[in-house]
Design a protein around this ligand. Structure first.
Ligand code: 13P
Ligand code: SF4
Length: 347
């Protein structure tokens, strides 16, 4: 594909979203990436939070974390370029280890994944022996390796319920855990990791069913009920959607809460005069580009600083220079694979 063809393809979608000069520069980069992708027999996976010019040009597949994990597991290409953050690229490597997995920006992390270590999980397991551990997919491979099963925002409650356990450890997102507790009718606690006799072994009556951790998404924790009230006062007929990494108060004050894919579907299938998304800003732009007839309000003081580091320039360099290669020690990968694969089986 040449740059002009790419420009025309992008222009058709992004005319109202990306200024024309920027579009021309980005189309040039995108055309080079698509050609190199074919040469290197690579597949590009793009998370829903990618900026519009990237989202609508180079990915073979776009989607939420669960969806993209499945695509990574199924691909027969030699190289997987993950336009997302490190834990997502790691999940691709866990599921499809014979492929070269590239993350275009080395430092594309995640505040949730950084909030917990494998040692923390081991300490929790020692404190609550025999209690199964569910880890959000927004964790690194060594944390997944200490877990019984993973979940994403689209299947968290189903994964917890699939365990049929009286008590479950749910890590590391405090807000997602509270939202899951509410959805599944479970009482949640947040234990301190100080040495104390195991409550499970002490014969005490357990009055909680979910054990959480105080990790937070640095983007979603910023939305407040006050924001929602201010927007509803100005636009009484607005439909508000929030990601389940928002606080339970924000989720309760919203009209719908779900994974990034679920939010996109909801907007597509719902007739409303205005929509407000409480999630990473780029996704609102991507939905607006695909649904020009929908009025998307913006409350965009927050972009994810990690997702934001993935650019077309970096993606081109990733393919040119074969960087940054995701490596996971095999003994950790094998243990993490069990937890991720179990999640995928649940759906
Ligand atoms: P999804 O699984 O809903 O795409 O969410 C990933 C994420 O990092 C949200 O902040
Ligand atoms: Fe992590 Fe939040 Fe960024 Fe998602 S939006 S990658 S949870 S920091």
């Amino acid at each position: 594909m040449n740059a002009q063809e790419m420009y025309e393809k992008m222009k058709a979608r992004l005319d109202k979203v990306v200024p024309d000069v920027e579009l021309r520069i980005k189309a040039e980069l995108a055309a080079q990436i698509v050609n190199l992708k074919q040469e290197k027999n690579a597949v590009i996976l793009g998370h829903n939070y990618m900026e519009p010019a990237l989202f609508y040009s180079i990915p073979d597949f776009t989607g939420d974390s669960l969806d993209l994990s499945r695509k990574a597991a199924q691909t027969d290409k030699d190289v997987i370029v993950f336009c997302g953050v490190r834990f997502m690229a790691e999940t691709a490597k866990i599921l499809n280890p014979s492929k070269t997995v590239l993350l275009p920006a080395e430092k594309a992390g995640c505040s949730l994944a950084a909030s917990i270590t494998a040692d923390d999980v081991r300490a929790l397991k020692a404190k609550f022996p025999g209690v199964p551990v569910v880890s959000y997919v927004n964790t690194y491979a060594d944390v997944k390796a200490e877990s019984d099963v993973c979940c994403t925002s689209s299947n968290a409650a189903a994964v917890v319920e699939s365990l049929h356990a009286e008590t479950v450890i749910f890590l590391p997102d405090e807000y997602l855990a509270k939202n899951v507790a509410r959805e599944t009718g479970k009482h949640i606690i947040f234990p301190a990791l100080t040495p104390s006799p195991s409550p499970a072994g002490s014969g005490e009556q357990l009055e909680y069913q979910l054990i959480g951790w105080r990790g937070r998404c640095e983007v979603h924790e910023k939305f407040t009920v006050k924001d929602i009230e201010a927007v509803r006062a100005q636009f009484p007929d607005v439909v508000i959607l929030s990601h389940p990494e928002c606080s339970p108060e924000v989720v309760a004050a919203s009209d719908f809460s779900g994974s990034t894919n679920a939010m996109i579907r909801y907007v597509q299938q719902t007739k409303a005069p205005h929509f407000l998304l409480l999630t990473e800003c780029a996704m609102g732009d991507n939905i607006a580009a695909a649904n020009p007839e929908k009025d998307m309000l913006r409350l965009c003081m927050v972009r994810c600083p990690h997702m934001n580091t993935i650019t077309l320039e970096d993606t081109l360099n990733a393919l040119k220079l074969n960087r940054y290669v995701i490596e996971i020690p095999e003994e950790i990968r094998l243990k993490a694979y069990r937890a991720v694969e179990r999640m995928i089986q649940i759906g």
